[in-house]
Write a protein that binds this ligand. Structure first.
Ligand code: LUO
Ligand code: ZN
Length: 529
């Protein structure tokens, strides 16, 4: 209902500034920093007080009075938030973290804090207008209160086994049936390093326990719901995938080395809306499911399966949240380093082999030289194949091979492996709508961040990334019609069982977004239809 209620003023966001008297001629300093997943810009004069500068960043982080702020420079070192903060460029942005200081704020994520602030504002406006607080506002307030209590109840520090067992991951003592999925406990606002160490401790604690048969089987299906699991649990599930495909015995991989490798991969995905560790997990889990569904274990060698699973795991390592077009147009370090040739995918692959070059993480260290060379070559081909600019090149090659596909032909196998990684990479719409739709929101958020930056820098902006132009349903119906369905149909010709597992769900998704598209066109009325 438009105009029913004025939105309360947002907290001061976007560019933040200390008061600089107009015409004062005072030199100001520009600081670029990332906070809550957004790239922000602060401006203040050199004689701004330390307290004002701190308030400036507090406002930008939407941090409450209880929160502690921590600023990290591009090398990851903590720097002091003061007027002497060194000016920087957008590429070498600082990272501003909000660290809670007491239990109340530990359990209070900024979004909830912000919601409470807006609710309070709405209540005062409505009470002013109608003389009393309507039930809907009181109801919302009690919901927020009870949600806060729940958050405070979930102590994220609990490491006891019963805490682990009710995650539904492990065989419970006795026969009580535990819920399969746990609500993801809110992790407190810790610094990046503290959060990672906490994830590592949980991962290593859990990895020695047995995962239930039910979860193991569920893991092989495309209906697996990533949103139900926290990062430490996903690391355990990734370890299960490597174990259940017998990679540890086949390639003499020590469990500790696999754990170090998986944890290092986790640390090298960034906290951005879409190309983050959850996406890495989804793509790897879809690849794992496809290997079982297509019975690939009896059609390809185990080395090729290792290449595909590890390529899926590493395919977006250290993604910055800005695509190749941005890298090239903005002439970033990556574009310069890789001569504008798939700069991101080259980087993802280089980071993967940077991790594998550490002995404690090198899952390939007990292989023969021949095997290592084959795996390295296969991973490079598969990861570079995820550059969507090459989509039709690769699909057309597969279309030519598919009718006469030969599983003993090396060229045929290579193209199939690329197709499998590509399919896994863009397969969100093959999942249940409740799992898939949030991914499209995350993707659009990342695209909008990029196009906002491109507008600020005067760079070209792609329409499908422009928040003022893109419509979620119509962009998705085009994507499904012209990218997903042709790709998934071609793979289904080789593996007919995929019809029900991935093709049908994608057709349902097309229906879903087409209905949404029609509904939004009807709402806009005939003029705009
Ligand atoms: C395709 C793609 C490229 C880069 C980043 C993400 C994606 N994905 C998606 N894009 N991955 C999954 C999805 C998805 O479900 N929808 C979309 N939709 C839009 C934004 C789109 O059309 N993306 C797109 C299409 C083609 C292309 O190159 C041929 C690049 C991006
Ligand atoms: Zn990806």
């Amino acid at each position: 209902m438009d105009g029913w209620m004025d939105e309360p003023p947002e907290r001061p966001l976007g560019k933040v500034q200390c008061h600089v008297p107009p015409g004062s001629g005072m030199t100001t300093k520009i600081i670029h920093f990332m906070v809550n997943g957004r790239l922000e810009q602060a401006e203040f004069s050199a004689d701004c007080s330390a307290a004002d500068v701190k308030d400036l960043f507090r406002a930008a982080a939407e941090a409450g009075p209880h929160h502690i702020l921590k600023m990290y420079n591009a090398n990851g070192s903590v720097v002091n938030i003061s007027p002497r903060l060194e000016a920087n460029s957008e590429e070498s942005y600082y990272r501003l973290e909000v660290v809670a200081s007491d239990l109340r704020s530990v359990a209070m994520p900024p979004e909830l804090d912000n919601m409470e602030y807006r609710l309070h504002h709405l209540e005062s406006r409505v009470t002013e207008d109608v003389g009393k607080t309507p039930d809907i506002i009181s109801g919302l307030k009690s919901h927020v209160e009870s949600f806060k209590r729940k958050l405070e109840f979930h102590s994220p520090h609990c490491q006891s086994a019963e805490h682990l067992s009710w995650m539904g991951l492990f065989k419970a003592d006795g026969d009580q049936q535990l819920s399969k999925f746990c609500p993801k406990p809110k992790t407190p606002q810790l610094s990046v390093q503290e959060e990672r160490q906490q994830v590592r401790r949980k991962f290593l604690n859990m990895s020695s326990l047995q995962v239930t048969e039910e979860v193991r089987e569920h893991l092989k299906t495309p209906i697996f719901d990533n949103w139900q699991w926290e990062e430490a649990e996903m690391l355990v599930l990734l370890q299960v995938m490597y174990t259940d495909l017998d990679f540890l015995t086949a390639f003499h991989i020590e469990p500790e080395v696999l754990q170090n490798f998986l944890f290092e991969v986790y640390c090298h995905y960034n906290n951005i809306p879409f190309h983050n560790f959850q996406h890495c997990f989804c793509v790897t889990q879809m690849m794992y499911g496809l290997i079982w569904l297509t019975d690939l274990r009896n059609k390809l060698g185990r080395v090729d399966l290792l290449i595909m699973l590890t390529s899926a795991l590493c395919h977006d390592l250290d993604h910055p949240g800005y695509n190749n077009v941005y890298q090239i147009n903005a002439q970033t370090d990556l574009a310069l380093r890789y001569n504008d040739i798939s700069p991101l995918e080259n980087h993802h692959c280089a980071v993967a082999f940077g991790i594998l070059s550490k002995p404690e993480c090198n899952i390939l260290k007990n292989l023969t030289g021949e095997q290592y060379k084959h795996i390295r070559g296969g991973m490079i081909k598969c990861i570079l194949a995820t550059d969507m600019a090459r989509h039709y090149e690769i699909l057309n090659k597969f279309k030519l091979m598919q009718p006469v596909f030969d599983f003993t032909n090396q060229d045929h196998k290579e193209v199939l492996m690329k197709i499998m990684v590509k399919v896994s990479d863009i397969s969100n719409e093959a999942r249940p709508m409740a799992v898939a739709e949030p991914w499209l929101d995350c993707l659009l958020q990342e695209f909008f961040n990029q196009s906002d930056t491109e507008k600020l820098k005067g760079l070209p902006v792609a329409p499908f990334m422009d928040r003022d132009k893109v419509s979620k349903p119509s962009s998705q119906t085009s994507f499904i019609r012209f990218v997903l369905l042709p790709l998934f149909s071609e793979l289904t010709k080789l593996f007919p069982c995929l019809e029900q597992h991935i093709l049908e769900p994608v057709r349902r998704a097309l229906e879903y977004y087409s209905d949404m598209e029609r509904a939004s066109k009807d709402e806009e009325g005939p003029a705009k239809a």
